[in-house]
Write a protein that binds this ligand. Structure first.
Ligand code: CP
Ligand code: NVA
Length: 324
């Protein structure tokens, strides 16, 4: 049966652990010059309704490095819901490609593609969630020696898609996720309640960034106005002014704390120049880890059930063998 990654509800803890182990191995192989070709003959469709640097490039490079190929297409060409219905798009794409990565506004569109398509669907960001980002973030934490269970992750800013995916991560690992946000900009309250009821990690909503940052292992932030909210930017600036990661806030966290930002960043708004360029920042290794984490996702979802990464020889699909 095909597997999707539309949200972390698609992952068990064991599967997530396996992804991180695989990402570490694939990263080491890349560094050592050990080539992979397990996705030879596989094609990933990259469907974008919003702009991107990291997500598009890291998925394209990931497919290339695993021996496969990718095709970028925007909704201007497809016209999902206007030129043709999502269920038809999902079925047509499933006949051509081995996986679909989608970045879009409405999360339901990603779910519909997954429901109607017969190939894996990967969420490359919706208004509600950004799971691939948080996989890269967790990998960056692991590399910094921060164990997931028991870690305190403080997210400062808007209760947006990135915040919601951090909250979902507390359903996989015993993380304490503290969201410090202004009133009216909370993350999804139903998601917060569901994850807290699940009894794995825990989620706290704070109004004071200083309180939320106390003793944190990770300080995290994202833009105050996300893609699609550009018109609200001016209105939001004064509301979010104090929800900034700066030196004073970093001083509240553990001495070993790292600072993360999914990028793009607005220096002087949600993060200061000295922090993003400072010794605690892992922002650029974090951006690189999008590639390594996603290679693990693609490997798991597209290479075939039970496949293990080969050290050298490509795993070829036999002519006429069905796609998963
Ligand atoms: N962090 C992230 O998803 O970046 P892009 O919007 O550039 O893909
Ligand atoms: N919250 C941001 C994340 C960008 C990667 C947005 O949705 O624009």
């Amino acid at each position: 049966m095909k597997r999707d990654l539309v949200s972390f509800a698609d992952l068990t803890r064991e599967q997530a652990d396996r992804l991180f182990d695989l990402a570490v191995r694939l990263k080491a192989d890349l560094r050592a010059g050990r080539a992979h070709a397990e996705l030879s003959q596989r094609t990933l469709a990259l469907l974008f309704h919003k702009p991107s640097l990291r997500t598009r490039l890291s998925f394209e490079v990931a497919m290339t490095q695993l021996g496969g190929t990718s095709i970028f297409i925007t909704d201007r060409e497809i016209g999902i819901g206007s030129r043709e219905p999502v269920q038809d798009v999902a079925r047509v794409l499933s006949g051509y490609v081995d996986g679909i990565m989608v970045r879009t506004f409405d999360h339901a569109l990603a779910e519909d593609l997954a429901r109607h398509g017969s190939v894996p669907v990967i969420n490359g960001l919706t208004d509600w969630l950004h799971p691939c980002q948080i996989l890269a973030d967790l990998l960056t934490m692991r590399e910094a020696g921060i164990a997931f269970d028991g870690a305190v992750v403080t997210y400062v800013g808007d209760g947006n898609n990135v915040a919601n995916s951090w909250i979902e991560a507390a359903g996989l690992y015993r993380l304490t996720v503290r969201i410090a946000c202004p009133e009216g900009y909370d993350p999804d309250p139903k998601l917060v309640a569901r994850i807290n009821a699940a009894g794995v990690g825990s989620v706290e909503i704070h109004r004071s960034p200083a309180e939320a940052a106390a003793g944190a292992d990770v300080l995290y932030t994202d833009v105050w106005a996300s893609m699609g909210q550009e018109a609200e930017r001016e209105k939001r600036l004064p509301i979010f002014r104090s929800y900034q990661i700066n030196e004073a806030l970093v001083a509240r966290a553990k001495p070993t704390a790292i600072v993360l930002h999914c990028l793009p960043a607005h220096r002087g708004e949600e993060i200061t120049e000295d922090v993003i360029e400072g010794p605690r920042s892992r922002v650029f290794p974090q951006a690189e880890n999008r590639l390594h984490a996603q290679k693990a996702v693609l490997f798991e979802l597209l290479a075939g059930q039970g496949a293990a990464p080969a050290k050298s020889a490509p795993a070829k699909r036999k002519a006429g063998a069905p796609r998963r």
